[in-house]
Design a protein around this ligand. Structure first.
Ligand code: DAH
Length: 338
């Protein structure tokens, strides 16, 4: 029995000495010291040993276990150290290598916004921006939408408290500007707006682009000329627009504006549902009541205003089927625009 134990112990120590990885050591531990390991099994043979020899043998078994255990531990420490430095070496980054940066690019909404600003700057408009948390006064009341006005329903809104709301329309900036500036006014306002709206063509956050011109003798003809130029520049030179009567509390008369479909150029296709036209914006002659509320003499001045979704323009222009694509930051989508 003693001899058998000696042989097992020596075999164990020899394999520990030969092991070259911590994984091998783990296997050796199981083979010899595990529950059914060779040294542990010797204890089970104890029954066959004369009673008086058992204590001495037990002691030897424990000593052998201890010896193998110590050998395993010191070899483990050495190998672990070796493996760690090998790993560090393999993972080392040469920070002196020259960098080859992946080319970034502009988001399609940024591209379209910049192009829009460029087009309207060319027609003499300046650019303004405003707060996204807006007071009820500017977002609604000064735009002729008093509390309880039914048109508030169409913009189920995110209220911050009773008097402040995540702005539902960049039109809010019309009121801000008109209360602070006397005509002539020519300004466009790009910015984020928020509504309780969510489907393939609506997102609870989206981008609008507002336009306002107030001066002496402004007419619907000025509006039509301005929007025709805009439509030709943003889509294509052969684009036509048409004005349809509509209603907005802050314009009188109000119109909705369609452009000939930029996919089929008016022939009729899937995008324009066969009509050849797509609706892109709301506009009109600034309601004299709005001018007066904002402190502008409606006898002397008149104005036109318009507003549209930058997202919608981008979707039509690039044939983007779902507005969510504009907000997911998927590189496979974004990389197509640069
Ligand atoms: N604010 C309107 C909307 O969000 C769009 C709009 C319509 C803006 C007519 C205007 C306008 O300035 O005159 O639906």
């Amino acid at each position: 029995m003693t001899e058998k134990l000696d042989n097992i112990k020596n075999a164990a120590l020899a394999s520990v000495a030969e092991a070259s990885t911590t994984a091998q050591l783990a296997a050796i531990r199981v083979k010899y010291l595990g529950k059914s390991g060779e040294i542990s099994l010797i204890m089970r043979d104890m029954a066959n040993v004369p009673k008086e020899e058992r204590p001495a043998l037990g002691k030897l078994v424990n000593e052998a276990k201890g010896e193998v255990e110590t050998a395993l531990e010191s070899k483990f420490a050495a190998l672990e150290e070796e493996e760690k430095s090998a790993r560090l070496k393999a993972e080392a980054i040469d920070i002196t290598l020259p960098v080859t940066p992946a080319n970034g690019g502009l988001h399609p909404l940024t591209l379209v916004r910049r192009q829009l600003i460029d087009i309207f700057a060319g027609m003499g408009f300046s650019v303004a921006e405003g707060p996204e948390i807006e007071s009820d006064l500017y977002n609604f009341q000064l735009l002729n939408i008093p509390k309880d006005h039914p048109s508030r329903d169409m913009q189920d809104t995110f209220y911050v408290n009773d008097n402040f709301v995540l702005r539902t329309q960049t039109s809010a900036m019309q009121a801000r500007i008109m209360t602070k500036t006397q005509p002539p006014i020519r300004v466009v306002i790009p910015g984020k707006v928020y509504r309780s709206d969510d489907d393939a063509s609506h997102s609870p956050i989206f981008n609008q682009f507002e336009g306002l011109a107030v001066d002496e003798h402004i007419t619907m003809g000025d509006l039509q000329g301005c929007l025709t130029t805009f439509a030709k520049k943003i889509f294509s030179e052969d684009t036509k627009i048409r004005l349809r009567p509509s209603y907005f509390p802050f314009t009188e008369p109000s119109v909705e504006v369609d452009v000939t479909c930029s996919m089929c150029h008016g022939k009729g296709c899937r995008v324009c549902k066969g009509t050849g036209w797509v609706e892109i914006l709301g506009a009109g002659i600034v309601n004299p009541a709005v001018l007066e509320m904002c402190g502008i003499d409606s006898k002397k001045y008149s104005g036109f205003a318009f507003g549209f979704g930058i997202d919608r323009i981008a979707m039509i222009k690039y044939g983007i089927p779902n507005i969510k694509l504009l907000y997911e930051n998927d590189m496979r989508f974004l990389a197509q625009f640069n």
